[in-house]
Design a protein around this ligand. Structure first.
Ligand code: NAD
Length: 458
């Protein structure tokens, strides 16, 4: 057992089982049994109905799930409500795919009939991080289940509570035992066991780039299918002809949402020289006005960081920024409070080679840097090993589209800070990941094409 600490209070929250490699083996074998047994016997219409029922169960229990998420992660309750709602919508969306996505008849040159089927992959090992637990659990599990796979899911050590509750709700919805199993415990134990298990045919991983590299290497030993959603250091490009007030508000919210513990956080803000001073000053005001506090309160916009260890890591970047010569414009300190709170922080005078510009801090910390023109803006945005998200603020539609095409990233928003749309593919380029989740594209990860040729000669 391990005791979880509530980030907002510093007090014990729950005791959670620490599963080991033996538990992982039993769970995978049970999942494989369900894959070849009970789950396979359920037809595609019934499978869709079960997933729709799970979406209903999530909605019926939305308040409880949102409170669990907030108390476990420290995120504002209104964000947790949105994310629980998203999880329900994701199950509902993929419920509709069970009897609509299939193979083809192919007009081949040979005289017989050429068919393809889209077969489920088998047991999918799903490994998720702590920053959006129920949302990311649903992004991966729903398409996997919709296509007839079984799932063994490992939530992050710090934040397993909503995944555990989801597993109970799946059983209540009538999904057979073994189809959706949650194992808690260390990544190095349970995660590794899933990576190495011969009956796990696919690994869907979201987490840090460092662990993602290890996942890919280990999966190579068995040629397991892998999809990776990894870190980010996204750019927010603010041109002088932007809608200034909206751009400032979005620069704050798209950097400070989830206390900056967001793979899509626009933590590198680049502002055209002519409005740089004015923008930085307005952003400072926005950061200082943000309502930081009790995540269970409706008015709270930013809660604590997830753990004390993570806060220390973020603080070490703030120290490094100072030591390397960047100017701290606001924030940088921890309020005198038992929770893991940290003030929203802005650095200026940062140089492209500084750690605060290059590395994913994963906290409420941004750098604001000036650029000259469009080419300069694109070059600065692309000067990163990551490519996950980003925003462009301009009223010039031609420029917006030129820049959107030139920025190396998997997702972008123009005059908006939004990142995720469940109907559209989501994922990264470069070291931000491999493959796409959400949308119909996610189904590609969870199916194998099988070609069958039928001789029709008499
Ligand atoms: P992490 O890489 O430390 O952990 C992620 C998961 O991997 C956890 O469940 C962990 O237990 C497990 N794990 C750790 N070591 C493992 C191993 N050796 N084998 C198998 N599994 C192992 O990441 P984190 O700190 O939980 O999450 C933060 C990171 O996730 C950030 O880098 C963030 O950018 C990234 N993230 C990316 C996306 C995206 O969609 N691209 C979304 C959310 C978070």
């Amino acid at each position: 057992m391990t005791t979880l600490i509530e980030p907002a209070t510093g007090k014990p929250l729950a005791d959670v089982e620490q599963h080991d490699a033996g538990d992982a083996d039993r769970a995978v074998r049970a999942a494989h049994g369900a894959f070849t047994g009970a789950w396979r016997r359920i037809n595609t219409r019934e499978r869709g109905q079960l997933l729709r029922k799970l979406a209903e169960k999530i909605r019926e229990n939305a308040d409880e799930l949102a409170r669990l998420e907030t108390r476990n992660v420290g995120k504002p309750i209104r964000d947790s409500r949105d994310e629980v709602g998203l999880a329900a919508n994701v199950f509902e969306y993929y419920a509709g795919a069970t009897n609509k996505v299939g193979g083809q008849t192919i007009p081949g040159a040979a005289p017989g009939v050429l068919l393809s089927f889209r077969e489920p992959v088998g047991v999918c090992g799903i490994i998720v991080p702590w920053n959006f637990p129920i949302a990311i659990t649903s992004w991966k599990s729903a398409p996997a289940l919709a296509m007839g796979n079984c799932v063994v899911l490992k939530p992050a050590e710090q934040t397993p509570l909503t995944a555990l509750r989801l597993a109970e709700l799946a059983l209540e919805a009538g999904i057979p035992e073994g189809v959706f199993t949650v194992l808690t415990g260390a990544g190095s134990v349970v995660g590794e066991a899933l990576l190495r298990h011969p009956l796990v045919r696919k690994i869907a991983f979201t987490g840090s780039t460092e662990v993602g590299m290890n996942v890919m290497r280990t999966a190579a030993d068995d040629i397991k299918r892998v999809s990776l959603e990894l870190g980010g250091k996204s750019a927010n490009l603010i041109f002088e002809d932007c809608d200034f007030e909206r751009a400032v508000a979005s620069a704050a919210s798209s950097a400070l949402g989830n206390a900056g513990q967001d793979c899509c956080a626009r933590s590198r803000i680049f502002v055209q020289q002519s409005i740089y001073e004015r923008f930085t000053s307005a952003l400072k005001d926005a950061f200082e006005k943000l309502h930081v506090g009790d995540p269970l309160a409706d008015e709270t916009e930013m809660g604590p960081l997830v753990t004390e260890a993570h806060r220390k890591r973020v603080l070490s970047y703030i120290e490094r920024g100072r030591a390397e010569g960047a100017t701290l414009v606001t924030g940088g300190a921890c309020p005198d409070d038992p929770g893991c709170y940290l003030q929203p922080t802005i650095f200026t005078d940062a140089k492209p080679d500084m750690a605060i510009v290059r590395e994913e801090i994963f906290g409420p910390v941004v750098t604001v840097m000036p650029f000259r023109d469009e080419d300069d803006a694109v070059a600065m945005a692309n000067d990163s090993v990551y490519g996950l998200s980003g925003s462009i603020w301009t009223r010039d539609i031609g420029r917006a589209l030129r820049v959107a095409r030139a920025v190396e990233t998997g997702n972008l928003s123009i005059n908006s800070g939004s990142s995720v749309h469940l109907e559209a593919p989501f994922g990264g380029v470069k070291r931000s990941g491999l493959g796409r989740e959400l949308g119909l594209q996610a189904l590609d990860h969870y199916t194998e094409w099988k070609t069958v040729y039928i001789d029709v000669t008499s």
